[in-house]
Design a protein around this ligand. Structure first.
Ligand SMILES: [Cu+2]
Length: 142
């Protein structure tokens, strides 16, 4: 009985809203694809670390997900988004990222991806919590 009522309500409402939903789905579909398309930053080893890899930036609810994946990395290594580019990195971080632990780090930065792109930011990784001065990997955010 409950089902019948629901179906009746759906039928009554949807001659009109069905069209609206279809129309709304088209632009939402393409926006969804655009916003979900990840930006892959190539991370280059510095100072002989061998820590090459990627940082993948994805637009998510509440900000940007940053996933760092590095080869040859071990231990706990601080990571940040700095004003860049890597070739002349500003020493003060702009946004903190989760430490890279054994080559992996995932952070939700509370900033839209669109605010990170085209600003000459760079993602850098430091050797250790006690040796921040040594940079081991860096990648320019396009
Ligand atoms: Cu840093």
């Amino acid at each position: 009985m409950h089902k019948g009522v629901m179906a009746g309500a759906a039928a009554a409402c949807c001659a009109l809203t069905g069209v609206a939903v279809l129309a709304a789905n088209q632009p939402m579909g393409s926006m969804h694809m655009m916003s979900m398309k990840p930006t892959v930053v190539v991370m280059h080893a510095q100072n002989g670390s061998g820590e090459n890899g990627t940082a993948t930036l994805t637009s998510v609810s509440g900000g940007t997900k940053v996933v760092i994946s590095l080869t040859n990395a071990k231990g706990t290594q601080p990571a940040h988004i700095h004003p860049g580019p890597c070739s002349k990195l500003a020493p003060a971080p702009k946004y903190a990222l989760s430490n890279v632990v054994n080559g992996s780090s995932t952070t939700i930065v509370k900033v839209p991806l669109s605010d990170l792109l085209g600003k000459h930011y760079a993602i850098n990784v430091h050797e250790s919590t006690t040796n921040l001065a040594k940079y081991v990997s860096c990648g320019n955010i396009p």
